[in-house]
Design a protein around this ligand. Structure first.
Ligand code: ADP
Length: 327
């Protein structure tokens, strides 16, 4: 197929995730390999509107594969939600003669790309980058593996002190709408309970089992809570448990933004490298307005208009595993 694309723009948008730099590097170097010029767009859609756009070469992405964050920075941009903002963005891209866009971000960024590509003649390719792993059509997203390993590392450390003092620990991990970080980090650290937004929590059942443990003087208990669980996070769960377990010492630890940072794991670097390579191939082959995901270890191309959050997909079996293995 004929290569009609001559200049592409690459950006990172929405919530940042470790591995975004590896994705930028792959996009830049694959494009250059095909004699396509590459322009970096700073701070996502905001940089398109502000004309914060610069030409990149192979050296621009040297020594970044191992770095967390994103050299192009990321942002949320209200102005891009309006037609006038998108027109400004389009005019700037035209000025630089950019005829293809690669957007590394989550489902929100893909919705923006979908609207933009339906209004203007610039094809867009998305790369699934979010620590939450909550996009339909992909088994993994760039950043999830690193975030979950950061959480596991932190929880292991907390477990040591929890064990030394016979305490109940409630650890809050990220996940406003999705419980994958909680589920994976909880299973990997042997948590007794995992509270996630996708499933209703039987808090009475947890209280009864803790009361029983209190009677048996087995006070070490690890509870991993996603920030968007039924009760609104670890502090709220602590209040409920303290009311019902007056003799227990219950501590909370909120892991917060450490989960977004740090050097990306090997898995995220490889995933980002593969996705970045395939994003450019998509533009060249004319497979436009899709995002690149991965399913059964094969690239999966999902139309941007169907990009949605993967909600409520954590099945009963997962919770059964948690229960059996922690008993
Ligand atoms: P994420 O990509 O991490 O899901 P957001 O949901 O914040 O992050 O989306 C990132 C940006 O994408 C928004 O700040 C906005 O600029 C753009 N965007 C999201 N939805 C739309 C939409 N429906 N129309 C136009 N732009 C959108």
């Amino acid at each position: 197929m004929q290569n009609k694309i001559k200049r592409i723009g690459v950006m990172t948008s929405g919530g940042d995730a470790p591995g975004m730099n590896a994705a930028i590097r792959a996009v830049v170097r694959t494009a250059l390999y095909h004699q396509i010029e590459v322009f970096g767009i700073m701070r996502g859609y905001q940089g398109m509107i502000d004309d914060d756009i610069f030409q990149m070469d192979s050296r621009s992405v040297a020594n970044i594969i191992q770095r967390g964050g994103t050299i192009l920075k990321s942002a949320r941009c209200k102005e891009f939600m309006e037609p006038a903002g998108r027109k400004k963005a389009y005019d700037n891209l035209r000025k630089h003669e950019i005829d293809g866009l690669v957007i590394i971000g989550g489902d929100g960024s893909f919705r923006g790309a979908c609207v933009f590509s339906s209004e203007f003649d610039i094809p867009c390719i998305g790369l699934a980058g979010t620590i939450d792993k909550d996009i339909s059509g992909t088994d993994f997203t760039i950043g999830f593996d690193t975030a979950v390993n950061t959480a596991v590392d932190a929880i292991d450390k907390i477990r040591d002190t929890m064990d030394a003092h016979d305490r109940i620990f409630i650890i809050e991990v990220m996940g406003r709408d999705a419980g994958y970080i909680a589920l994976h980090s909880g299973i990997a650290t042997g948590a007794e309970n995992i509270l996630i937004p996708e499933r209703k929590t039987d808090i009475n059942n947890i209280i009864q089992s803790l009361q029983e443990k209190e009677r048996r003087k087995k006070m070490v208990n690890l509870i991993v809570v996603a920030e968007g669980d039924d009760f609104g996070g670890a502090n709220e769960v602590q209040k409920i448990l303290e009311e019902n377990l007056p003799k227990s010492e219950i501590r909370v630890c909120i892991l917060g933004h450490i989960q977004r940072g740090g050097s990306p794991s090997c898995m995220d670097r490889v995933l980002a490298s593969r996705m970045g390579y395939h994003a450019v191939e998509c533009l060249i082959e004319g497979r436009h307005n899709v995002f690149v995901g991965i399913q059964n270890n094969k690239m999966n191309y999902v139309p941007l208009e169907t990009a949605v959050k993967n909600k409520g997909k954590i099945g009963e079996e997962w919770m059964k595993i948690v229960k059996i293995l922690a008993s």
